[in-house]
Design a protein around this ligand. Structure first.
Ligand code: NAD
Ligand code: MG
Length: 404
């Protein structure tokens, strides 16, 4: 392989971030070569990606799906090695020819392979925010120890990274920075009344005004839990306290976040809402490459609006602030209960406004452990899912009986 060409593994290549990453990579065949693509159960999609992008390896988490993928790959005469399970994910996340690992799995499922990539000293493009929320200290410590480059792909964190002073190092509060403004579109229910929120459907929750994303993050954007998770993510990535981060509703999603310095300067990063910008930035950093994103037209845009968030209608944001302040395993408990609640909402077992109730219940039931090492994080994740599951079953019965 040409020494200048960098090998890339995409964990979660069939998802929204995965597909956007492939779009950017294929614009630069002289710079990047796809080492491995991975997915959970989507055989057809991963097969199509193998045919189109010819990775050396393809991993399906699901064993049966891997068998089916292997058969299709053999029949098509492709030379792609098929692996399976979490061992398969770990092996492509740590492979010596993977210079860059794109963490684009959704939820806690991405924790272990992403951590493996960090421990092996890779450049890790972090879209999958849940692992950082669960075990931020561990990620930052391991990255420092291995020399891994942890580059944020979440658009807000990528924007903050771009506004940080030269020489800034991950996880350490940079001198001269006073606070961060984390922008938030407000989601599809920004102007909905509290009464209207009670009966919204998964379809309405997933119809985001500015971004097309996977279903879990779409629901998180609708409850504003996405911003809550991002608050915790920003604390770890930039060495900030929750009180140094202000959430600002900005419906146009053009300013992706801002950094305020002690001299009163405020730096912002702007651009059309398109994930290919942060992906291209993190792939090539400190260089800049074409991403396919169209130029921002300020005249068409005409105005930018800002509002403060309503914690009454969106209690998930309040719960995230509280968990961030408690620390330890509280963010992992918050995250696990949220994953369970969002899935139950998508499955129509609970209503939209039950989501924060499930999370509040789990946070009250499972005491946070101040020691957030991997084992305690993983065990509190399980306990929080159990607590959430119990509450959801009770709720689902009420919904079934037409009580709620
Ligand atoms: P998605 O649902 O579209 O894709 C998820 C990917 O992960 C798929 O490839 C799927 O096969 C794989 N996957 C799912 N469960 C898995 C499991 N248990 N084990 C292994 N692989 C599994 O999600 P997305 O919208 O691309 O989001 C991915 C991550 O990036 C999330 O953490 C999200 O919060 C974050 N993020 C997404 C966006 C966006 O615009 N979509 C923006 C910022 C951050
Ligand atoms: Mg974001």
């Amino acid at each position: 392989m040409d020494r200048g060409v960098r090998g890339v593994t995409i964990l979660g290549s069939t998802g929204s971030i995965g597909v956007n990453t492939l779009d950017v990579l294929t614009r630069h065949p002289d710079r990047y070569r796809i080492l491995a693509l991975t997915a959970n159960t989507q055989v057809e999609r991963l097969f199509e990606q193998c045919r189109r992008f010819l990775p050396q390896k393809a991993v399906m988490l699901d064993m049966n799906a891997a068998v089916r993928l292997k058969e299709k790959i053999q029949n098509a005469g492709l030379s792609v090695e098929v692996l399976s399970g979490s061992d398969g994910l770990n092996s492509v996340a740590t492979h010596p020819r993977a210079d860059i690992v794109v963490a684009a799995i959704v939820g806690a499922a991405g924790l272990l392979p992403t951590l493996s990539a960090v421990r092996t000293g890779k450049r890790v493009l972090l879209a999958n925010k849940e692992p950082l929320v669960m075990s931020g200290r561990l990620f930052m410590d391991e990255a420092r120890a291995s020399g891994a480059e942890l580059l944020p792909v979440d658009s807000e964190h990528n924007a903050i990274f771009q506004c940080m002073p030269a020489g800034y190092s991950a996880g350490i509060a940079p001198a001269g920075v006073r606070r961060i403004f984390l922008t938030c579109s407000g989601g599809p229910f920004r102007t909905a009344t509290a009464e209207a929120l009670v009966s919204v459907t998964p379809e309405q929750a997933c119809a985001h005004p500015n971004w097309v994303m996977g279903r879990k993050i779409s629901v998180d954007s609708a409850t504003l839990m996405n911003k809550g998770l991002e608050l915790i993510e920003a604390c770890w990535l930039f060495g900030m306290t929750p009180d140094q981060i202000e959430i600002v509703i900005h419906p146009q999603s053009v300013i992706h976040s801002l950094v305020e310095y002690v001299d009163g300067s405020v730096l912002a990063q702007l651009g059309n809402p398109d994930m290919r910008t942060p992906i291209a930035h993190a792939l090539a950093w400190p260089e800049r490459i074409e991403s396919g994103v169209k130029s921002l037209n300020l005249f068409e845009l005409a105005r930018l609006d800002f509002e403060s968030p309503d914690l009454g209608r969106f209690p998930c944001l309040r719960l995230a602030y509280e968990a961030a302040r408690v620390g330890g395993t509280a963010p992992a408990i918050l995250n696990a209960a949220n994953e369970a609640a969002v899935q139950a909402f998508l499955d129509r077992r609970i209503g939209f406004t039950d989501i924060p109730r499930v999370i509040e219940h789990a946070l009250a039931r499972v005491p946070a452990n101040p020691d957030a090492r991997l084992e305690t994080v993983l065990s509190d994740d399980v306990r929080a899912r159990e607590a959430a599951g119990g509450f959801i079953s009770g709720q689902a019965t009420r919904v079934g009986q037409g009580v709620t």
